[in-house]
Design a protein around this ligand. Structure first.
Ligand code: HEM
Length: 405
């Protein structure tokens, strides 16, 4: 894809070839470290213009300081979330709800959805989460001394919890994982095809629950009212699609990056194995060091920001992987310190759109690590193999082969 010209209002000295999107390696890379690849920007200016920073090849202003990112993400009036990421793959005007809505409409839907993923609701899901994790890991332990963590544990685990949340049986587990992978990491052919398939699935599920209500997420959505009216079909689709995208790949990637770290750092692995009470705090540090999402906002008006002439319509990038390695925010940001306190990391975003699923995500990761460490003896990356990671808007880990004795 040809890189569009840099807009005239951008001073040439503020333009950089660095791109959050491509500098970390878009293509799956063996033994890659996409987080280190983007953590190099802090010695430079607080904001610069990246020529090609998004999937559609558009440039964006990249904010490098965590405190400045918070200013942007807090100010939805100036920096809008109205972007249509999913719609771009689909060629249809479909906002993901509530992610691509701005206040006040955002607040209406956020209030509707908050109770579904509240700490209380997550607590109710916990026994099922633990049961699923332990069953999968028992199967791995029984079948030998090596596995591909992503294929055998991280994806089936997170997809299974997601299906349970939607109120669906497990029999389409592999299909779902494949759709999510194609949508988030696929090429220009697979991505739109996956988007269409996911949408058709959401429509089918909504129609089913309208006819035969059950005690699940989709029934709640099709029966919900906002401001005294039922949700429109597009709103139901927008919510369904977002939950599909938001909840699947993100947690699996977090578990993959965490286990890759522990496989390479045996002292830390031993520490968590012998003192499992530390896993909660350690999970926060691993979320800080290995976050996966680049947030993009669109300027709604002209504004000068830290010396940069941002103009209406410009894209502004707040990459969590950049905020979380900011030395002004974190001491020794490139060192993983599993005991780090006061960890104000940005993995779940900031401001009105802060992740709605963060309670569930945290519990899935903590429980996944607890059950893994309780069942699998000291593990390493299998000799002759290399974890395959990818950059892009959503960083991912595709395969992680571990073994143990
Ligand atoms: C480790 C796992 C996860 C990470 C790193 C993560 C990260 C994020 C981030 C950074 C945002 C903010 C996006 C923005 O401001 O543009 C977000 C929003 C969101 N996330 Fe998550 N997420 C995770 C898991 C989940 C799960 C498990 C669910 C649901 C089942 C979920 C549902 C959502 C929803 C609905 C939003 C939109 C909130 C809004 O617009 O108000 N996420 N997530």
């Amino acid at each position: 894809m040809a890189t569009p010209p840099v807009p005239d209002h951008v001073p040439p000295e503020m333009v950089s070839d660095f791109s959050v999107f491509t500098s970390a390696g878009m293509a799956p890379t063996p033994n890659g470290d996409p987080h280190a690849a983007v953590a190099c920007v802090h010695s430079g200016p607080p904001i610069f213009y990246s020529r090609s920073n998004t999937r559609d090849g558009r440039g964006a202003w990249v904010i490098t300081r965590a405190s400045d990112q918070r200013r942007v993400l807090q100010d939805a009036e100036t920096f809008s979330s109205n972007r249509r990421i999913f719609a771009s793959a689909l060629g249809e005007d479909l906002p993901m709800v509530p992610l691509e809505l701005d206040p006040p409409a955002h607040g209406v839907f956020r209030s509707l959805l908050n109770p579904l993923l509240s700490p209380k609701r997550v607590k109710e899901l916990e026994p099922a989460v633990r049961e699923r994790a332990s069953a999968l890991i028992d199967r791995i332990a029984a079948s030998g001394k090596s596995c591909d963590v992503m294929k055998d544990f991280a994806f089936p685990f997170t997809v299974n919890i997601f299906l349970r949340f939607l109120g669906l049986p497990d029999d389409r587990l592999d299909t779902f994982a494949g759709w999510a992978k194609d949508l988030l990491h696929g090429d220009d052919v697979r991505r739109p095809a996956a988007a269409k398939t996911i949408l058709a699935f959401i429509d089918e599920l909504a129609a089913m629950r309208r006819k035969e209500p059950a005690d699940d997420f989709m029934t709640f959505i099709v029966q919900a009212k906002v401001e005294g009216r039922w949700l429109t079909d597009q709103e139901v689709r927008g919510i369904g699609v977002l939950v599909f995208i938001a909840g699947l790949d993100t947690v699996a990637a977090a578990i993959g990056f965490d286990l890759a770290y522990l496989a390479r750092n045996l002292k830390d692995q031993q520490l968590l194995r012998s003192e499992p009470d530390r896993i909660g705090l350690a999970t926060e540090e691993l979320l800080r060091a290995y976050p996966t999402i680049q947030l993009i906002r669109v300027a709604t008006k002209d504004i000068d920001f830290e010396g940069a002439p941002i103009r209406k319509g410009d894209y502004v990038s707040c990459a969590t992987m950049i905020a979380n390695r900011d030395p002004a925010e974190f001491e020794c940001p490139n060192t993983v310190d599993l005991g780090r306190e006061d960890n104000r990391h940005a993995a779940f975003g900031y401001g009105p759109h802060r992740c709605l699923g963060s309670h569930l995500a945290r519990r899935e990761i903590v429980i996944g690590l607890e059950e893994w460490l309780a069942r699998i003896p000291q593990f390493r990356i299998k000799k002759g193999t290399a974890p395959i990671t990818s950059g892009g808007h959503v960083f991912g880990i595709e395969n992680l082969i571990l073994d143990w004795f």
